[in-house]
Design a protein. Structure first.
Length: 294
């Protein structure tokens, strides 16, 4: 077991690489896996106090690293996946709480606040931020922000918004990266009934906590921590597949990211213990087996 350290962090031990041990809960066949993945066999890393409330992650292409945000900390962290170190990428970037998700594009970081605002943090001048607010009517809670290159924008997905009460859906809004403004109408809406129908469970909760586009499939993967499900949809929110998440593996799944080769990372807040980062390889042999069964 290796000890991993954060540069400049008061608490030196932040992450432990944990060998994957299969247990009865992990091998429960009632929890199936999306094609190409085996959700029973993650590689697990424990995260320390700095990221106990980890709420969003994003894979940085070319660096083999993740950027991460924590709910109540105004620092942006960098998780080096090769050297297994945590460092502060940007410190004290914005005085606010409830940071929920993060995306890095070119020379800027975009951080989602739960009220529906996006903070743009220029990497060259992190002390000069821009804030863009959706300002929807009523009380609203957002936890998911992802980049869609086809839509040429950032997509922000409601976890629980007053505007959706009448439709029992979850609205998504596009932030136009060229004009730096939100579209006036929702980009799409996912109805809770679609998730219930695919999962064949009328009691399932669907409150999105993270989302990302799969780099090889082009499909949208959405985590719902409250309902402990993984929803797979197309880019306009049409639900195709739903998988239950094992609560022992994912007690509070709050972040999802993909490497270019399809490797999937899911981060979990420290609900009952240490926060964790779990890695799932994209196995082409498993993918072929799934396609053959169909």
């Amino acid at each position: 077991m290796r000890k991993l350290f954060q540069t400049g962090c008061p608490a030196p031990l932040w992450m432990l690489l944990v060998p994957v041990m299969l247990c009865s809960a992990c091998s429960d066949n009632s929890y199936s896996s999306p094609r190409g993945y085996d959700l029973h066999r993650p590689v697990v890393r424990e995260l320390g106090k700095s990221l106990n409330e980890i709420s969003g992650i994003f894979y940085v292409p070319g660096e083999d690293a993740l950027v991460a945000i924590a709910d109540s900390k105004d620092n942006i962290f960098r998780i080096d996946l090769r050297r297994e170190k945590l460092t502060d990428k940007v410190k004290d970037f914005y005085e606010q709480e409830d940071f929920e998700d993060i995306v890095q594009l070119d020379s800027s970081l975009f951080v989602l606040i739960s009220n529906g605002s996006i903070v743009e943090v220029p990497l060259q001048r992190p002390d000069s931020v821009n804030v863009f607010a959706l300002n929807p009517d009523g009380k609203n809670d957002f936890e998911s922000l992802y980049y869609d290159p086809v839509a040429k924008g950032l997509i922000m997905l409601c976890k629980e918004c007053d505007m959706d009460d009448a439709t029992n859906g979850r609205s998504a809004f596009r932030f136009d990266l060229e004009n730096r403004r939100f579209d006036s109408e929702p980009f799409y809406t996912i109805n809770d009934s679609e998730v219930m129908k695919v999962l064949k469970n009328d009691d399932v909760k669907f409150k999105p906590s993270a989302a990302a586009i799969h780099p090889l499939e082009g499909r949208l993967y959405i985590l719902a921590s409250a309902g402990q499900v993984l929803v797979i949809a197309d880019r306009r929110g049409n639900v195709a597949e739903v998988y239950r998440l094992n609560p022992d593996q994912h007690p509070q799944a709050e972040g999802i990211a993909f490497a270019p080769n399809g490797t999937m990372y899911i981060s979990n807040e420290g609900k009952y213990g240490s926060a964790t980062l779990k890695m799932y390889n994209y196995n082409k042999a498993l993918l072929r087996q799934t396609q053959t069964k169909k």
